[in-house]
Design a protein around this ligand. Structure first.
Ligand code: SF4
Length: 314
């Protein structure tokens, strides 16, 4: 799919921002946005004083904003910023990852944040580009596979680096999409792992994933990063249109356009019932977390990543 150069970095100067509740100058908007993120961190206790933070970065707008704001939060509350590092996974998507990786390297250098790069190729002996055709032949979507690889590597690498929290750039749009997808597919039990702090129960092999941008919309994050003037790639990944999510995203955007506040309404009402969903999941889930032969935690004897590796190699 991709996008043209015009879309990559809008150079139009933003002079006024119209939100649902009124108009703000760019300066006021930056304040409003940062306040919202810090409030989420505090309200949901996303960060403890002694946390070592791994930020799941990609060079995209969401994770770059999360990385920057976590550092800003640490500075504001005099926490040790050397306890923050960024982790990026190179899935081997030539037309997408190369540029965002270059931008991320520059950003981390400027902000003096340690960056660790892990290649899917090293872990799984293939890349997304190399496996895309085979993935489709198996009746799967590249995004599903990419998601399995990313979750596996992120958790493993964050744990190896002794991180106590894994920060992701998931935003309000992402969460509203997943809530609806799980509803549409009658997979409500999967929603038990959602929320600003993911997971149902703690486990020593899982690094807790937290989402400081939980209440920020895609549009707000885009505005924030554009006002900041960061060099970012705003284009969609070449595989993103193939997924089920892309259709739900289109539908939700259309609805939001007609009925502003729809996404927020979905997430807010979901948070009201989340404790019940988690409770029910705990009661029903009497099978303990298993350890796959690769050493990683799994729901079954073989973890999803190892199962996939076998399918792709055969
Ligand atoms: S859009 Fe899909 S394939 Fe591309 S990076 Fe995201 S999950 Fe991976």
């Amino acid at each position: 799919m991709g996008c043209n150069d015009k879309d990559k970095n809008s150079t139009n100067k933003i002079t006024e921002i119209e939100l649902q509740h009124g108009k703000l100058s760019p300066r006021e908007f930056l304040k409003y946005f940062e306040k919202k993120v810090f409030k989420t961190i505090k309200k949901y206790k996303l960060i403890d004083r002694n946390d070592k933070i791994c930020v799941a970065a990609s060079g995209g707008k969401d994770s770059t904003a999360a990385l920057y704001l976590i550092k800003k939060y640490f500075e504001k509350y005099s926490l040790p910023t050397e306890n923050i590092f960024a982790l990026v996974i190179d899935e081997g998507i030539k037309l997408h990852r190369n540029e965002s990786l270059a931008n991320l390297k520059k950003f981390c250098k400027k902000e003096e944040i340690k960056l660790k790069i892990v290649n899917v190729q090293d872990e799984f002996s293939t890349t997304l580009d190399q496996s895309a055709e085979k993935i489709r032949k198996l009746g799967k979507k590249p995004c599903t596979i990419c998601g399995i690889w990313r979750r596996y590597i992120m958790n493993k690498q964050a744990r190896l680096e002794k991180a106590t929290k894994l920060i992701t750039g998931h935003n309000l749009d992402d969460e509203a999409q997943v809530i609806l997808m799980n509803q549409f597919k009658a997979n409500v039990s999967l929603s038990a792992g959602l929320g600003p702090i993911t997971g149902v129960e703690e486990h020593e092999l899982f690094v807790r994933r937290v989402k400081p941008l939980y209440f920020c919309s895609n549009h707000e994050i885009e505005l924030y990063t554009k006002i900041k003037g960061w060099e970012l790639d705003y284009c969609d990944c070449i595989y993103s249109h193939e997924g089920y999510r892309s259709q739900v995203k289109g539908m939700l955007n259309e609805f939001e356009e007609k009925y502003p506040g729809t996404k927020h309404g979905i997430v807010k009402s979901f948070l009201d019932v989340l404790p019940l969903i988690k409770e029910r999941q705990k009661e029903q889930c009497n099978s303990k977390i298993k350890i796959c032969s690769c050493g990683e935690p799994a729901n079954n004897e073989v973890c999803a990543a190892c199962k996939l590796k076998e399918e792709l190699l055969n």
